[in-house]
Design a protein around this ligand. Sequence first.
Ligand code: ADP
Ligand code: MG
Length: 680
Amino acid sequence: MKSLADPISVLKGVGPKSAVALNKLGLNTVEDLLLAYPFRYDDFAVRNLSEIADQEKVALKGTVASEAVLTHFGRKKSRLNFRLLIEHDVIMVTFFNQPYLAQKVEVGKEMAIYGKWDSKRQRLSGMKILYNAAGSSDIAGVYRSSKDVKQPTIKKLVRQAYDEYKDVLVDVIPEKTRHKFRLLPRETMIHDMHFPKDQKAARLARRSAIFDEFFCFQIKLQFIKKTEHQERGIKIGYDNKLLKKFIAALPFELTSAQKKVVNEICSDMHHNVHMNRLLQGDVGSGKTVVAAIALYAAVTANFQAALMAPTEILAQQHAEKLDQLFSDFDVTVALLTGATAGKVKLRRELLKHLSDGKINIVVGTHALIQNDVVFKNLGLVVTDEQHRFGVNQRQKFKEKGHLPDVLAMTATPIPRTLAITMYGEMDVSTITELPQGRLPIETVWLREKQLGEALAFLKKELSLGSQAYVISPLIEESEMMDLKNAEEIFTKLKKKFEPQYHVGLLHGRMKGSEKNEIMTAFKGKKIDVLVSTTVIEVGVDVPNATMMLILDADRFGLAQLHQLRGRVGRGKKKSYCFLIADPKNDYGVSRMKVMAETNDGFVIAQKDLELRGQGDILGSKQAGAPDFKVGDPVADLRILQSAQQEAAEIINDPKFMYKSENKQLLNYLRYELAKGISFD
Ligand code: ADP
Ligand code: MG
């Protein structure tokens, strides 16, 4: 039986070689091909001479008014010229390097030609001859193609796929929803996306396709959310008295925003639903201590808990912090990272105590989810600064016989618009304020020639006992270049500041232990100025560091700059961030201005999207956001919201599973879930 999941090689003309080339374009199945919509349409509707602009691509129709003249240059190049009478105007038509067209041009014959209009010369630079047989459409889709798969091939395959599989297409979206939002049936939608009759048909199809795409994504998220809620999670009956004692012993009072999220988290943990919660909060809002409270809650209920961080530096830092916080409490904290792997005996011991339950809390990197890591009774997993703890990773824990509660912490400010698309299946808690007494970080954008001023300022602050970070330019293509850059800057700054002040260097190629040494020295104020690559980007917490200097700042993404800047402004002293950059265009200038104007991560994220939207619509993809083919979560926000609401309503209907109108939707979910979902 035919299925949309059939490999693309079932189509005529697709051999092993072209299958590979098509796969490279992301086209693996017939369905991929049908959903690979054109990214634009060429308009072949014949236009009037009077209404077209210079250099516009248009179709013109007229009568051939002169013999075609073919001129060759060299062996391969040629030019074909003839006149075309359009009502009372005569224009020149020129085709380059298509000598075979000469035989199609006959004086007195009516022709429609598509090309680029040069109004000064009154000339149409021909691209193709249109036959415009009655009934055929005036517009044609243009597809993403490659060197090995050309436009005509894709078009032919799409046509074939549509003709052969149109009967297999089913309406996933229930009819009621389709009526409510005036959406086209799927078959019509796919047809009109590829072969629209005119611009209007293409627009209508696009609107349906956007809804379709958002809806299908949302229905999956909502379904997962619901089933995970229903799965019996564990009840973590923590000891409230002990927890209160722990909170009272903290060196500061929790902000009311922290209290609120602690309550939300504790309530989830206490119930035997499965917690899958995202903890959002801008850099410096104090997420770590919230994590510590949750971890401790699990321990008081005799469960083990894990804290996962994206880097070794961060894992190390968290382990130290927890040791400190738990020094007067009966909690055993261990650190398990890639570095531990080298120390065979230590690791073996660690694993033993994880499986016999002697270790209460383990902090680590991804090393925590390796196969030989076995827990006695894991109750809670907290992840820090990871975009998300993927469904797949959760699956790994399930395979180990646990279904721990999950708390994912992120400072990556996601605009609300994207948050609902990315985290639709999670519950969200947000820390909405910074601890009291923080002075806002002052951000200054300087040109490269002003670097001296910034360094002079740095020196003055160093003399007052502060510390500074200097971030070397980001060179994405090459880690080696990154390193070379950092080393050069290190040498220069050493010359400038030593022996009075100590300068240190930190980069990604160092061994874990070397990194730790440097970080410890910086924390202990043995180093005053730390030159670093972006390895310190997330999470590092040294409150005495009050200056951040970022070189070539315009090479970084705004979210990244905000994260970097978040390394300062963590104590009571006023902090400064210098962005050194000579941006090459207005876009770059606007970006630097945004950074200087606001400290609010959410505002920055929203601006980032807007600016990118202006810069390059196709390139506006936000890192980590799902890859939508037609829909743009920002531009098509209203559709996204409708799709999300509708999906939630359908899924949360208690009779969802039993209504015949949802039959195809259920089939679709089964099919998708069987494929294995990854949102990472
Ligand atoms: P982030 O949310 O960026 O991970 P951290 O958890 O590292 O932030 O906290 C930033 C700093 O603020 C730390 O030095 C932490 O000890 C401190 N902090 C956290 N909560 C409070 C609070 N309620 N009052 C004062 N300082 C706090
Ligand atoms: Mg943090």
